[in-house]
Design a protein around this ligand. Structure first.
Ligand code: GUN
Length: 355
């Protein structure tokens, strides 16, 4: 059954010319198709370059501000605990702010096990009232004794540049199709009057900027999201839906993930399992956005480890038409979107943009 589906979809695919199908002459049932030579190598989606373009646009906007301006965009970041990966991400976010002419404020609690929820809530309340702070980001995960939900709920939704407050999530999960609903322009995220999580926003922005800036038409495509996290899987599925894709979310309890993925024109992998998605699960000619950043042992490298995605990149790039590398794909986009959300928030707070 799976082989049959693969055969049908590959005939319709832009890559169908590159594959030659050889059914076995001695068997009536197709078991597995074999492909001969000239496979096409995918176009690599250069997230680093696309993120640099967006950051340059923001830098440009801020550099033209009068030097005596009272308020520049400001991002406040809370880091609880001493996880090395979180420390690295927070450092990168702070540097990105400085590079594009924004203020950043860091509140660190290295003894994560000792900090109380009340201490964190008080700091957030302070930032909510602070006119210099336009964006608040609580780096996740938090230590186990702290309720993430309680902390994220405390952030003023207008300053919630991570898009994780329930008020922002609810708006993202509303289709606004009922009579009289305000129609939002999902093709311009900067026009959306609430905050959208950064990594999912970055995934869609990549789809919009590939192909020499022409992007690809998401409408009507089959999009399969692997993973159902609050940070990525669920919100990226909503964004794809708002762009009129037909969405499927697969997860740890899904049966036959492979056969579902074989129908996908767009795959977003956000499950956090190194090299999980195999090339044979992909429809030839599909687009792969790999959100995973997984560290695997690499004894022959200087650091002893390397970063890989959720998709088996080396094999997948022989099957799909577009693919993001890891690192250098989605990762840089997350920071670019965080900066953009903060600038949007600042523009709204200072009356430069409608609420
Ligand atoms: N930890 C990993 N990714 C993220 C993110 O996008 N936002 C926050 N707040 N924490 C994270």
């Amino acid at each position: 059954m799976c082989s049959l589906i693969l055969l049908i979809t590959s005939q319709n695919s832009p890559l169908s010319q590159a594959f030659t199908y050889h059914p076995s002459p001695t068997h009536k049932h197709i078991t597995s198709p074999t492909y001969t030579s000239h496979r096409m190598t995918a176009n690599v989606i250069d997230g680093k370059a696309i993120a640099a373009t967006i950051r340059a646009e923001l830098t440009n906007k801020l550099s033209s501000l009068p030097s005596d301006i009272k308020s520049r965009p400001g991002l406040a970041v809370m880091l609880v605990g001493s996880r090395k990966d979180s420390q690295t991400y927070v450092r990168m976010k702070q540097k990105a702010c400085a590079d594009c002419g924004m203020e950043s404020f860091l509140e660190e609690y290295p003894n994560g096990e000792e900090v109380t929820e009340d201490t964190l809530l008080t700091k957030i309340q302070e930032w909510n009232q602070d006119d210099k702070v336009h964006g608040i980001l609580v780096q996740l995960p938090l230590p186990k004794h702290i309720s993430e939900e309680k902390i994220l709920r405390e952030v003023d939704p207008k300053k919630d540049v991570d898009g994780l407050h329930p008020a922002n999530t609810a708006k993202l999960f509303s289709t606004s199709t009922h009579a009289g609903a305000v129609k939002l322009n999902w093709k311009d995220f900067t026009s959306i009057p609430f905050h959208i999580p950064c990594t999912p926003q970055g995934c869609i922005e990549l789809l919009d900027r590939i192909n020499d800036g022409k992007g690809i038409d998401i409408e009507g495509k089959n999009a399969v999201v692997v993973g159902r996290s609050n940070l990525v899987g669920m919100p990226v599925a909503m964004l794809l839906l708002h762009r009129n894709a037909t969405i499927t979310i697969v997860h740890s309890r899904t049966k036959n993930i492979e056969s579902i993925l074989q129908q996908a024109d767009i795959v977003v992998a956000a499950v956090g399992r190194a090299n999980m998605v195999q090339a044979s699960w992909l429809k030839p000619g599909c687009i792969v956005i790999d959100v995973g950043i997984n560290s695997v042992d690499a004894p022959d490298t200087k650091r002893g480890y390397k970063l890989v995605g959720d998709v088996n990149y080396a094999e997948a790039k022989e099957v799909c038409e577009w693919i993001t590398p890891v690192p250098g794909g989605v990762g840089p986009m997350t920071i670019a979107m965080l900066l953009r959300n903060t600038v949007n928030s600042w523009e709204r707070a200072t009356g430069q943009k409608d609420q």
